[in-house]
Write a protein that binds this ligand. Sequence first.
Ligand code: UFG
Length: 355
Amino acid sequence: MMKRVLVSGGAGYIGSHVTVELLQAGYDVVVADNLSNCDLTCFEGVKKITGRNDIPFEKIDCCERDAVDRLFSEFRIDAVIHFAAFKAVGESVAEPLKYYRNNLLSFLNILEAASAHGGCNVLFSSSATVYGETDRLPVTEESPRQPATSPYGNTKQMCEDILRDTVMATAAYGTEVMSGLDKPGPVKGISLRYFNPIGAHPSALIGELPRGVPNNLVPYITQTAIGKRECLSIFGNDYPTQDGTCLRDYIDVVDLAKAHVAAVSRMTDGRMEDGYEIFNIGTGRPVSVLELVNTFEKVNNIKLNYRFAPRRAGDITAIWADPAKAEKKLGWKAQRTVEETLASAWAWEKHLAGK
Ligand code: UFG
């Protein structure tokens, strides 16, 4: 029987790319999304790319416990990938309770339903933000987590811990996940710590759709290039790096999506070595903000309007992944080059502009 994956937040940026890769790898998918931070553009794109018009879409808010429970009663779900969460760092500082309520409650509901219906495999979408600032680069999964500097970051750390504790506690229900049953079962868990996801699907039918002024670098670059924004501000050129700008590990969103398929199959095929596992998902290559901007200009043959501006509060100087564990255990490795990724980001922005 085909395995079915519930993708919460599946209409969003990363969720839509993951849905495509899951379907193409032969999984059945149920998409659940409350459309609070996106519309159906990407879900329609997923249908076009995969040629599937029969993907179940449930417009639910995972903060509603009954709605989540109903999903698990209605579908036999072999794995959940949980994306449904707020993700703006600055907003989380201004409205912490909104972030704690939404990001924690939705995950609690998923975990309770997952365990109550015979157990389930749960993949949590975590972030490199849990590592904070560190001198020991690249970071491995064993690198210590630093105290979170925003409520958003804190919800990522807390959800990782909630998943780990749930795995430990529900191990009492045995080892075999028997999803679809009407009795409690074990939860197995994987947290994927993403570095900086960027780019779009090569079809240019799905990509990032920021609401309002983008917080993140690449959407700001593409919106400046298309003329929606006047000028890109590069936040800080006095950092202790080669060119003075921050270093990050930019991971292509399609590569990132494939990491989810690898992690889901590790769980559903019973290949986990531990009930709870953590993987860094990055390229292992640090790239500076200025390098990224210059590469964007070069591959797309565009002169970008940018200026150097003061540092942005809360930014760390540098972080990049040691992705060796993901390669060894998941058989996953980033494939696309930064050039290909930046070309795809530009193709998507042009697609949105109807060009
Ligand atoms: N940057 C600019 N100008 C912009 C936007 C960003 O120079 O207009 C710079 C930032 O200063 C940073 C780099 O580009 O050096 C990347 O910034 P992003 O906002 O794209 O990404 P971050 O590394 O800040 O964000 C990541 C994740 C978040 C996570 C955060 C933790 O995307 O989910 O790290 O701080 F919370």
